[in-house]
Design a protein around this ligand. Structure first.
Ligand SMILES: [Zn+2]
Length: 310
């Protein structure tokens, strides 16, 4: 029995023995490690399926437990493959079962016969399970060669010229940054000068006509100028028409009060004189305003002051 308890005998020397197990000459796993020098550890193993013993031909049910000799016998990639060697409890025969990491199952390798109880979908009205790994399958050497040739051609005819073009472009922009910078800065200065002059002109215009600072002025061009001139002409014609109409109405109004004045003549000469003086004043004003409208001073280009007054 291994040293489970913590009793240290009087002749125990920690430096000499190291541990109690070493002092007693036992493995930490005790009797189960009695074949550890052969790489065998004795473990409790439970049958994962039904088998028939190869020696006594008895059926042994799934779940029967044995003290099996567990041993590493190889590996599938980095996963170890273990074998379990068990002694039949009905006879003296041995059988061996191994792990199969590739298919994640156990297989009987010797001394017994496994009862085949694997589920077969095809047998039970389902579809067969096939390996659907696209990478697998027979490799055609000629197809592989064709593939590599196509890749090579593509690299030579498409990728290389593209890389060269990119390299040329990069050289074009990257070889002489000083002169490029000079060019760009010169152009920037010219544009800035023009922009500044334009901005100053706009500011002056805005302050002259008391326009808001934030007002964005339209770009000055020939098309807009023609449009503005056209609009001005239309407006002037409209104004002239209006004034003609007004003159006509005033002259009619001037005629209308005459009749009631005459009719109301007996009421007093004072009111009749007031009406006639009013009529005279209206006529005078109308004549003055029409003269100023039709005068040569109104033909000159649009002036905002006039527009505002109107
Ligand atoms: Zn047996």
């Amino acid at each position: 029995m291994q040293g489970f308890n913590k009793y240290y005998p009087p002749d125990y020397d920690g430096e000499k023995h190291g541990s109690l197990n070493a002092y007693r000459g036992k493995h930490a796993l005790g009797d189960r490690a009695r074949k550890i020098d052969q790489g065998i550890l004795i473990v409790r193993f439970e049958l994962p399926f039904n088998i028939w013993c190869g020696t006594c031909n008895n059926h042994i049910g799934m779940g029967v437990r044995y003290n099996a000799e567990k041993k590493k016998i190889g590996s599938y990639y980095s996963t170890p493959i273990y074998s379990f060697r068990c002694k039949c409890h009905l006879c003296d025969g041995w059988f061996e079962i191994e792990t199969d990491p590739k298919n994640t199952r156990y297989v009987v390798t010797s001394g017994a016969r496994q009862k085949d109880e694997e589920w077969d979908p095809e047998e039970n009205g389902g579809y067969a399970v096939h390996d659907t790994d696209p990478n697998a399958g027979p490799v055609d050497p000629l197809a592989a060669l064709e593939k590599t040739t196509a890749a090579k051609n593509y690299a030579e005819q498409v990728q290389a010229p593209r890389l060269e073009a990119l390299q040329t472009l990069s050289d074009h922009y990257g070889t002489d940054p000083y002169s490029l910078s000079l060019k760009v800065r010169k152009r920037f200065r010219e544009v800035k000068k023009v922009e500044k002059a334009k901005q100053a002109a706009d500011e002056q215009f805005k302050s002259a006509y008391g326009l808001p600072e934030t007002l964005a002025l339209a770009e000055d061009n020939e098309e807009l100028r023609v449009e503005a001139r056209e609009a001005f002409r239309r407006e002037r014609e409209e104004a002239e028409r209006e004034s003609r109409k007004r003159r006509k109405v005033v002259s009619e109004v001037g005629l209308v009060p005459r009749t009631p004045a005459r009719m109301s003549a007996p009421s007093g000469s004072k009111s009749s004189s007031a009406v006639s003086s009013l009529r005279a004043r209206i006529l005078q004003n109308t004549a003055r305003s029409s003269a100023s409208l039709a005068g040569p001073s109104r033909v000159k280009p649009p002036d905002l002051k006039n527009v505002i007054r109107r």
